[in-house]
Design a protein around this ligand. Structure first.
Ligand SMILES: Nc1ncnc2c1ncn2[C@@H]1O[C@H](COP(=O)(O)OP(=O)(O)OP(=O)(O)O)[C@@H](O)[C@H]1O
Length: 408
């Protein structure tokens, strides 16, 4: 998960080939039924996750990004089997866990853990930190070497908390510290896979980098594999080796971090990335444009025909309206589900673009006024562009600029 990704060593599970995925998701579907009337007849379904495929390799971090309601959390809950899929499979270390009951799922619960978004709501206010972090041992009937108290104190120290605060209550800690408690609890049983659902979005911006760095350090130290769900593209860029972009229950693009940020292929990804601010001083004075998607996100109850993004896409053609594009690798390790991808030869011919697509977006100048270059006297003004012509670069603050962990 760190910036020096190339140096990271994947940790293969015993007996499996080195490149075997730790997690394999195939055709995963979750439809929540909508019921009405006295008889509670099903009248429809929320298609929260509607057929997604991906692998996660040991030791890597897969980031999952997309707008609110696109199915990210549902996907996380399906992987951890807090929800049962309507269709498709979830395989962990080659074992199909999609429909296991409570008893048969129990051993897998040790290996697959979840970190939740809300460090306030996810910790019981009436329980001490010691009791919260030791809960997984009690639930699984595990007696760690040296006893539970010693192990909990070791875990508290591991996540940067004072082990002497074992008997304190959640309200005595700050938001960042509470999230560290949640992380300690998730790590208690030495999991292999950790699903983190918006792990920093409820935290103060100044604390976010500290928790992200903690997750990063723990991954290196413990050889963890992460699936990190977030709507914040800066966080996702910072933490991920590969990134899956979701839209209305589908993965529309899946690529390694550099490829996705430097040359996004799905118009939706391009629009998402253009909305990220540019804090890079090297780009001062460079004009940056933002793609504003005009339409609302359609309902997951009745998603659009063909490509689900066609109602908001500036390149949509009749083909997009009628045929769903499969997720295919157009470059090595770069999969995209689009009939007319960006940064590829097959661009939508202008005369075939749907009339509605011409109204789909607005291009706004996102350059802060103070950063625009002052025009030379007598020079011609730059014409307004009609379609996105350039990808705004995004850059996260460098690690050196981040603050020290919020130790107690
Ligand atoms: N238990 C449920 N019953 C019915 N619909 C649900 C349920 N859980 C989620 N949904 C719906 O499924 C869709 C996907 O929700 P989900 O929470 O997975 O999206 P998300 O991308 O994680 O969004 P957010 O970032 O806002 O949490 C939404 O339309 C949501 O309303």
């Amino acid at each position: 998960m760190s910036d020096n990704k190339d140096t990271k060593v994947a940790i293969p599970q015993q007996g499996a080939p080195a490149d075997a995925p730790l997690l394999k998701v195939s055709g995963l579907v979750k439809h929540f039924p909508i019921k009405k009337g006295l008889l509670q007849r099903q009248v429809g379904a929320v298609k929260a996750v509607d057929g997604i495929d991906f692998d996660v390799r040991p030791g890597e971090t897969l980031g999952v990004v997309g707008e609110s309601g696109c199915g990210k959390s549902t996907m996380g809950r399906l992987i951890t089997r807090l929800l049962e899929p309507t269709g498709g499979t979830v395989e962990f270390q080659g074992a199909d866990i999609s429909h296991l009951g409570v008893g048969r799922m129990r051993p897998f619960r040790r290996d697959i853990q979840m970190i939740f978004q809300d460090p306030y709501g996810s910790l019981n206010p009436r329980h001490t930190v010691g009791s919260i972090v030791s809960a997984p041992f009690r639930l699984q009937g595990v007696e760690p070497e040296g006893g539970i108290k010693k192990e909990v104190q070791r875990l508290l120290e591991l996540v940067g908390l004072n082990p002497e605060h074992y008997n304190r209550y959640p309200h005595e800690f700050s938001g960042g510290q509470r999230q560290r408690i949640g992380i300690a609890r998730a790590l208690a049983l030495k999991p292999k896979l950790v699903i983190a659902d918006e792990p920093v979005s409820a935290l103060d911006v100044s604390i976010q980098a500290q928790v992200v760095n903690l997750l990063d350090d723990l991954q290196e130290e413990l050889g963890l594999t992460y699936v990190i769900i977030a709507h914040d593209l800066s966080v996702i860029r910072h933490v991920s080796d590969r990134i899956a972009v979701m839209y209305l229950g589908k993965i529309v693009e899946l690529a390694d971090r550099t490829s996705l940020y430097e040359s996004p292929m799905h118009p939706y990804t391009k629009a998402l990335l253009s909305a990220v601010p540019v804090p890079d001083p090297r780009r001062r004075g460079v004009k940056s444009e933002r793609i504003l998607l005009r339409g609302d996100v359609p309902s997951p109850i009745s998603p659009p025909s063909g490509c689900r993004f066609h109602t908001r896409c500036w390149k949509a053609t009749e083909l997009c309206r009628t045929q769903e594009p499969p997720l295919v690798a157009l470059k090595t390790g770069h999969q995209v589900a689009c009939h007319h991808p960006e940064n590829a030869p097959d661009q939508a011919p202008d005369d075939q673009v749907l009339a509605s697509a011409r109204e789909a977006i607005a291009i706004v100048d996102a350059t802060p006024k103070s950063e625009l270059p002052v025009p030379e006297p007598g020079s011609k003004p730059e014409p307004e562009s009609e379609l996105p012509s350039r990808q705004s670069e995004t850059e996260l603050p460098s690690r050196e600029s981040e603050t020290e962990p919020d130790k107690q």
